[in-house]
Design a protein around this ligand. Structure first.
Ligand SMILES: Nc1nc2c(ncn2[C@@H]2O[C@H](COP(=O)(O)OP(=O)(O)OP(=O)(O)O)[C@@H](O)[C@H]2O)c(=O)[nH]1
Length: 452
């Protein structure tokens, strides 16, 4: 196989996997939709189905309540606050799926950010009786912020509005206008009844006016832009391997997972942030020497020169390096109940690197209903989305999130206890929405290692 063929194979095999997330307000029918998808696509084990049928009968329901299929995990979540997002795996003959199932009720923004951050598609549910509501707009805004490439609007409970086309058309048009204003390019609206099974897996006989795909058909066929060669290579070093065995006295390799792009033997690379350069002499994948590797493979890379490289350094093509700076401006979603304030001392966890930083400014906070600036910027509470300006202790090689969702994102941690405070996306958020009045920088840094 030639190198180009290998890369093609990589792109093809990657397209057979779709990561998607669901979002909806309370009672819009998320659990029923997921249960219906699993049931009708025959992804449910017969003993699971028997248990659901029994539980439904015990509750006096004639038909199995498919929402119960997702209830096992829900019970788990309700016992503790740690499981916010449950991942489900299922497959059809055409594609494998990873579904991030996020609870809709409390902490919706935070859960959706966690669930959708790696998703290639988000299904946003609305109740056909209510149409687009405040939470729908928030979900669309989060999907836009996270640059989820595809959005599906599932207009559910069509059975309760007489399966009428004008109801669907009105909701789809309103959502389409809003999503477009956020910069979401790909919206597919599908009228469904998760309860009755219309247009989830099986085309609806009642809504014969709808000529589009069912939810599953869309999930199976939606193009997933996974061409690793279209992105610059990014290789965050996880471990330096130096076996110092008698057979390989000089061996030194750098192990890690390719965050994006394709890396080839012979590539000229720059070590970031130091700026040293060298050439890739060998790539080892699963114990085999290969000519090239692509994201998200885990590999060990050897270089021609003996450079000072450690965990957290980034290898990038010498002609396509990541921007390196100690001053970071980013859009963030604050996740923790402790508010984020200017002057806060934090740790920035970016790929395999963790550095100290100070929150210099919180210049804006977005009102997610219409993306206007919040009247009180300067602090972020849990679930808030806003902009922050950070000063890091050491330079970070941080891409714009629009260029790479992996090397353009980071987490802020509390240095006192390691708690995850905030999820960040470097660079611009929406076209204009992030601009707001400035706030003063926080208290000056003391001379105890946080002065940078
Ligand atoms: N008539 C009708 N009822 C539905 C439909 N889909 C869901 N429901 C009902 O709506 C209620 C809520 O459904 P769930 O699937 O539990 O909703 P959810 O969005 O998962 O709710 P939370 O996760 O608690 O936010 C249940 O009583 C369902 O039976 C539908 O297409 N038509």
């Amino acid at each position: 196989m030639t190198a180009a063929e290998t890369a093609d194979t990589a792109a093809i095999s990657a397209t057979s996997l779709l990561r998607f997330a669901t979002a909806g307000s309370v009672d819009d029918g998320k659990s029923t939709l997921v249960g219906r998808l699993l049931h009708d696509s025959k992804s449910v084990l017969s003993d699971q189905l028997a248990a659901v049928e029994l539980a439904s009968r015990n509750r006096g329901q004639a038909a199995p309540d498919l929402a119960l299929l997702t209830d096992g995990l829900r019970a788990e979540r309700e016992q503790g606050i740690t499981i916010d997002v449950a991942y489900r795996y299922f497959a059809t003959p055409r594609r494998r799926f990873i579904l991030a199932d996020t609870p809709g009720h409390v902490q919706y923004t935070r859960n959706m950010v966690t669930g959708a951050s790696t998703a290639e598609l988000a299904i946003i549910l609305v109740d056909a009786r209510n149409g687009v509501v405040e939470q729908t707009r928030r979900h669309a805004a989060v999907a836009a912020l996270l640059r989820v490439p595809q959005v599906v609007l599932a207009v559910n409970k069509m059975d309760l509005v007489g399966y009428e086309e004008p109801v669907f058309a009105r909701i789809a048009a309103e959502f389409g206008r809003y999503a477009t204003s956020l910069g979401v390019r790909d919206v597919t609206a599908i009228p469904i009844s998760a309860l009755a099974g219309d247009n989830v897996v099986t085309p609806s006989a009642t809504m014969d006016w709808y000529g589009g795909p069912t939810v599953l058909e869309h999930l199976e066929t939606v193009p997933v832009a996974h061409d690793p060669s279209a992105e610059p290579a990014r290789f965050p070093v996880q471990y330096v391997i130096r076996p110092q065995s008698p057979e390989h006295p000089d061996f030194r390799g750098y192990a890690g997972q390719l965050a994006s792009g394709v890396l080839r033997v012979g590539d000229r690379v720059t070590v970031q942030p130091s700026g040293l350069t060298s050439t890739v002499t060998a790539i080892d994948a699963l114990g085999q020497s290969v000519d090239l590797a692509w994201a998200p493979q885990s590999v060990t890379v050897s270089l021609a020169d003996d450079l000072d490289i450690s965990r957290g350094d980034l290898l990038a093509p010498a002609d396509a390096t990541a921007p390196t700076s100690q001053d970071v401006t980013a859009t963030v979603c604050h996740l923790h109940d402790r508010p984020l304030l200017p002057g806060a001392r934090v740790l920035v966890k970016h790929t395999t690197r963790t550095v100290k930083a100070i929150v210099r400014e919180i210049p804006s906070r977005l009102t997610l209903d219409d993306l206007s600036p919040h009247p009180e910027p300067g602090r972020l509470a849990a679930n808030d989305i806003g902009r922050v300006v950070l000063r890091t202790a050491e330079p970070l090689a941080l891409d714009d999130y629009a260029v790479s969702r992996t090397t353009g994102s980071f987490l802020l941690l509390d240095p006192a206890d390691g708690a995850t405070l905030t999820a960040g996306m470097a660079g611009e958020a929406f076209a204009d929405a992030a601009a707001g009045p400035g706030t003063d920088a926080g208290p000056g840094a003391a001379d105890d290692g946080w002065d940078f």
